[in-house]
Write a protein that binds this ligand. Structure first.
Ligand code: COA
Ligand code: MG
Length: 292
């Protein structure tokens, strides 16, 4: 990944490490990233076998997708062995479940720093416990320090529902304050942010609606459970043609010699400031790799 083209994380597909049939499909899928799951999608009796397959799974990784491994919670029965195996498999990132505090992320970072071969492996954090939401500002702040390795938040909406007793409704009305809190924290920390999964994978219409809402709320992408969800997520989290055209127009306008020293200009009857130029450049950079 170069710094010029930030990674796209529109569609991020969970695949249980224990599901050989699903793993065999990865090369044909157009998701931006894959999360190989050792945690909730793998039954206790299958944990060790799934862990033992990690290195082979990563060795056969699809060429273009970012590869992430979700380990079991580090303080638990399987966490330490999972982390060792994940580091040896060299994914792009390790996703930590059940993060409660900034310390949880720092401790995982320390373990990576102390391990051989952890090089550039990033950390992603699930935001899925009430404590994580109470502490989200401090957790997100770690994103400002590259040494923490923290790069991305993933909303864990199923666990949040389970731990809070909040009702899950089609419009997610009771979750919206928490989801927006995640958006704010992720932006404050310079982190990417992925929405939680949509469990009813046969309901394409409901899924597309939830993607559109998440994109409007500021999420970078959505975590997925089924290949049928990839295309709609890629579409929903890609900038529209109109947004790209507007960004190009702003960029071209500020590049004109007569506008060189100006902080604010008029474009098509609207005020455009240099902050809009920065926003336009970010959008164009992020779109740079799309379809490449
Ligand atoms: N990744 C890759 N391939 C997948 C997949 C996934 N997450 N989910 C399903 N597939 C494949 C199936 O293997 C099947 O392949 P085939 O065409 O070669 O037979 C095809 O897509 C169609 O699958 P389908 O029959 O519709 O679903 P299923 O009953 O096999 O699986 C689930 C349904 C929900 C069990 C499965 O999608 C799954 O395990 N998803 C991930 C769950 C997970 O990781 N949860 C943890 C985070 S919330
Ligand atoms: Mg969870």
């Amino acid at each position: 990944m170069t710094e010029l083209v930030p990674p796209r994380r529109r569609s991020v597909l969970y695949v249980p490490a224990s599901n050989d049939k699903a793993l065999a499909k990865l090369g044909q899928l157009s998701c931006d990233a894959v999360i190989i799951d050792l945690e909730d999608a793998v039954a206790p009796g299958e944990k060790a076998a799934a862990r033992a397959k990690l290195a082979g799974i990563l060795a056969a990784r699809p060429p273009r997708a970012e590869m992430v491994v979700r380990v079991n919670a580090l303080p638990g029965e399987w966490g330490a062995d999972d982390l060792d195996a994940a580091i040896r498999a060299r994914p792009d990132a390790i996703l930590l479940p059940k993060v409660d505090t900034a310390r949880d992320v720092l401790e995982a970072g320390d373990a990576l720093d102390a391990a051989d071969g952890a090089g550039n492996i990033a950390l992603w954090a699930m935001i899925e416990t009430p404590k994580a939401l109470m502490n989200i500002g401090a957790i997100a702040e770690l994103g400002r320090d590259p040494a923490s390795r923290l790069a991305c938040f993933v909303a864990g909406t199923n666990d949040l529902a389970k731990d809070t007793g909040v009702a899950v409704t089609p419009d997610r009305r009771y979750f919206l304050p928490w989801l927006m809190q995640m958006v704010l924290a992720a932006r404050a920390g310079g982190l990417d942010l992925l929405d939680g999964v949509y469990n009813d994978f046969r309901d394409a219409e409901g899924f597309a609606r939830e993607c559109a809402e998440a994109a409007a709320m500021g999420f970078d992408g959505k975590t997925l459970i089924h290949p049928a969800q990839i295309e709609a997520a890629n579409a929903a989290f890609s900038p529209s043609e109109a947004a790209l055209a507007e960004a190009r127009a702003i960029s071209e306008a500020f590049a004109r010699p007569e506008n060189a020293g100006k902080g604010v200009i008029a474009l098509g009857g609207r005020m455009v400031e240099r902050l809009h130029l920065a926003q336009a450049e970010k959008l164009l950079a992020k779109a740079g790799g799309i379809g490449a």
